[in-house]
Design a protein around this ligand. Sequence first.
Ligand SMILES: *[C@@H]1O[C@H](CO)[C@@H](O)[C@H](O)[C@H]1NC(C)=O
Ligand SMILES: *[C@@H]1O[C@H](CO)[C@@H](O)[C@H](O)[C@H]1NC(C)=O
Ligand SMILES: *[C@@H]1O[C@H](CO)[C@@H](O)[C@H](O)[C@H]1NC(C)=O
Length: 309
Amino acid sequence: MKALATLLAAGSALNGATAHYFFPNLIVDGVTTEYFEYVREDTQGYMPYKNGYQSTDFRCNVGSEDFALQTKTCTVKAGATVGFATDFGAQIQHPGPLQANGSKIYEIGPSAFTSDGIEWGVTGLDQITFGIPDATPAGQYLLRIEHIGLHGASVYGGAEFYFNCAQLEILGDGTATPGPTVLFAGAYTGYEPGILFDMYSKRFVNYTMPGPAVWPAGISSNISADGAIHVPDDDSSWSFAAVTSITGFASSTSARIYPSSVPLSVTPTSSNIRSTGIPEPTESVNPEQKSSHAHLHGKHGHKSHCRAR
Ligand SMILES: *[C@@H]1O[C@H](CO)[C@@H](O)[C@H](O)[C@H]1NC(C)=O
Ligand SMILES: *[C@@H]1O[C@H](CO)[C@@H](O)[C@H](O)[C@H]1NC(C)=O
Ligand SMILES: *[C@@H]1O[C@H](CO)[C@@H](O)[C@H](O)[C@H]1NC(C)=O
């Protein structure tokens, strides 16, 4: 999180980077894996994707089911640090939040609310990493990352979505039940305050991250300016750090996350697919991969890594 804050400060100027990016590279414990090696490819190409809130294409991207078999599955231990890198170092430049999904395990929202608009924690980044919670139960997961571009989001369907899914096999002794969980399609209607959002029409001192709360920290998705309830009514310039609300904890400075966190969700592949009626749970993992790391399911091999590289 510290690194994010540093990069954020440096990232306000456009660096000539492409605005249209995607997330083809999974990062595992500091190692950036190959282009679409563990991330499902798709037929969309450059993003964004817009307005298909109820489409299964919203899960892992257009046509990505067809790439499930040829995508490797990365074996990691719960507690590992994972993440995504953009295509060829493209920097995230569109204003908006980022989150990783299933049960949301990570999110990056506003870093500051200012008289010039919201500053976003991911602006200028070309990779994002976060931990797989220790309590995550072992199993196969689709790890979905999502950045939402809000510059056109004042009209319904105008928010731009940039997202991909990596295939993970998580090892560990976790027995928790991640939640709340949501499913794509269906997680969003498009009318959420953080999705149908006119970033130009007025100034804001709060932002509601779309989707569920972050698991397992109990961080709510309501991010507000530290010390301001209303936008100051004078014309002076102002800036307030963003603070993520904490539910279930007494409010305290130690509960602050700066930049605010974004949820990441880990969704079991099979339940995700079943609930949307796509008959593919077992084929979603490369059978060769599956057998090649099957022996790791025992008490051995608890080192974080991807197999078959
Ligand atoms: C994202 O996570 C939510 C919450 O668990 C889940 O409902 C939704 O299906 C996930 N989205 C995708 C694309 O997996
Ligand atoms: C800000 O908070 C108000 C009051 O709860 C809410 O109505 C509004 O939707 C929030 N705005 C955003 C962008 O989340
Ligand atoms: C979000 O936080 C703001 C500021 O604390 C509060 O006024 C607002 O009611 C909250 N909105 C929701 C939806 O929790």
